[in-house]
Structure formats: C-alpha cells, structure tokens
Write a protein that binds this ligand. Sequence first.
Ligand code: PLP
Length: 369
Amino acid sequence: MIPFNKPFLTGKETQYIEDAVKRLKISGNGDYTKECHNFFEQQYGFKKCLLTTSCTDALEMCAILADIKPGDEVIIPSYTFVSTAIAFIRQGAKVVFADSYSDNPNIDASQIEALINSKTKAIVPVHYAGVACDMDAIMDIANRYDLLVIEDAAQAITSRYKGKYLGSIGHMAAFSFHETKNVIAGEGGLLAINDDRFVNRAEIIWEKGTNRAEFFRGEVNKYGWVDIGSSFLPSEIISAFLWAQLENIETIQSKRLQHWHYYNNQLKEWAETKGIKLMPTPLEETNNAHMYYIVCNSIEQRTSLIAHLKANSIYAVFHYLSLHASDYYKDKHDGRELENSDYFTNHLLRLPMFYELPVEEVVKCLKSF
Ligand SMILES: *Cc1c(COP(=O)(O)O)cnc(C)c1O
C-alpha cells in the first residue's frame, strides 16, 4: 500500500520530548520553542517568529494584528484551504474571492486591483504547492492602496521568490507543521512578522492578552491583562518534536526534491499521450517539493485515474473545492464566476509525496493507466 502521505520521523523526536519532560518545563515558550524561533529568524530572515498551535491560529493572529473589524474586506484566492478564509471571517470580515491563473492555482495578481474598494484591508496570497505567488505585483498593489499583505505560506517552507524566502516578503506570514506538510509537529504553526509595528502586540496576543513576555525579559516590573488574545502558543512537547525536524530540514527537502524531479522527468511523455498536464515546472528557488500534482483533461478521467491507482493500493487525492461555491459561502459570494478555481477543483490530482515514497512504483502504475 502506498498512502498519499506518510509522516517522516528523524528519530530524535521522542528523545527531545523526553528531554523537555525531564526538565519539567512542558508549557509553552521554553527552551525548545526559543530554539525554533531563533532558527526561523536566522535562516529565513523573518523579523519576529512565534510558534503557534497551527497555521490556522497563526492566520487568526494575523487577522487580529491587522485589526480586521466587521465590514472590512480581505482579498483571498478561492482555490485554498478553509483556514485562509475563516481566520478573517471570525473577525467579522467579508472575504472577496479572486480567481487563480489558468495554468497555476495561485491568485491571479492582475485581477486583484479591480476587487479593491474603501473597505479593503488586506490581501492574502497563498503559495500553492510552495510555489511563490507573483509577489512583486502583489506588494506593488498593496503599497499603492495602503493594504496589508499576509502570506499564507502554510506549504511554502524553504521556498523563495527572487532570492527572498517566502513568508519574509509580506507584512506577516503563517506556516503550518501539520503532519501533511514537509516539516511536521503533528499540529503546529508559525507566525512570522516582518513589520516592526506588529511585533509587540503579537507577543501579547500570543499569551492571552498579557505582557508576560516583556515581564520575563525584565522590561516591565509586573505583568497583567493589556489586550485581547488567546492561548496561541504550543507546549514544549510540540516544539521539541519540531526541533528534531528542523535539525534535518535539508535532508528532508533534498529527498522530496528527488521524488519531485523523478515524477517530472518520468511522466512527460505519458502525460502528453493522455492529454494530462503536469504541474508547471517552478524555478528551482521556489520549488520546495511540497507537492506533485497533475491536471487531468476531465473530471471523469481524474475519477478513473484515482480508481486505477486505488485498485493497485496507491492513494492519490484531489484538493480544494472552490470556497466561493462552498455551502457556507455560496450565498455570501458576489456571484462572479471564478472559472480557473473551478477548473482546478475538478481537474487537479495530487500524487503521493513523502520522504520514504517508492516513487518508481507510483510512476509505473500511472503508466499502466
Ligand atoms: C495546511 C494549510 C493550512 C492550515 O494549516 P494548519 O496548520 O492545519 O492549521 C492553511 N492554509 C493552507 C494553504 C494549507 O495548506
């Protein structure tokens, strides 16, 4: 059986968790958490990092920091995970959906400007499959209209755009360490802040609206309730697990990239004869091998390909259902057709991708379709 995803363990996870437990510092913001923060700040050029219990939580923190209020509008792609939307909806925002490019599920930057009005507060590009959105165009629009850019970089760890790490370009960014991502902690996330204006408040919101972090640094002589917030920080058990993964991030990424290139090289001819499109080959700097997807020529073809693989105990899965057409939002959406998002909803298929993947077997099975 070849699953779609299998979490990869480096072997040190339980050792570091045991260590955290033995130190009797099990709650959040201990040594492992700080190690992870330093790692991200130094490696990727994020100004301030805070681990969270999920990427969804990190996005919720972004929505609070962006001061999103009822009636505000936020522009997001329709082809994305629910979390990109609900983080802002919870603050009372209206999400305005933009379409994808025709050959790439990322937000079509050329459509964004027409969606902006006086209520617009932020743009949330999602780097689908870890491949960079058109960040120059997006930052240019944001600067001209004085909007915030919040990168949903859930899938984008180690990936770059014009030499800059994804997550370091917008005002803030959110990453995920869910077990389906490249680097994992079971459930876990990271808020990266690049704009100094948000750093202090982020620490406060992270720890239940208190100035506890400043207190422990000796910057204030008592700590108390100063703002809204929640318990967004993960326990040391999660940070210890994540640290074992971060120590091995290069090994993890190079193995995934090997699989990615094997798919891409081996499937070209086959795809052509079947009328299937392979995912567009990203520039090397923006390929983190989070995913390998193909785009089938019809929903029927995709259904039979999934069945063929499944009959051989190989599990491939489609991905998002356009959010503008979801049960929750279809009546709230403004009625615009988003045909590229719907196209990927119906045609995109993700192939198995994980560290220990026997990629040759998957390719062989695809070629027998
Ligand atoms: C995985 C994912 C999320 C959610 O991450 P969690 O850590 O599970 O909250 C959000 N957005 C995108 C694009 C994702 O792929």
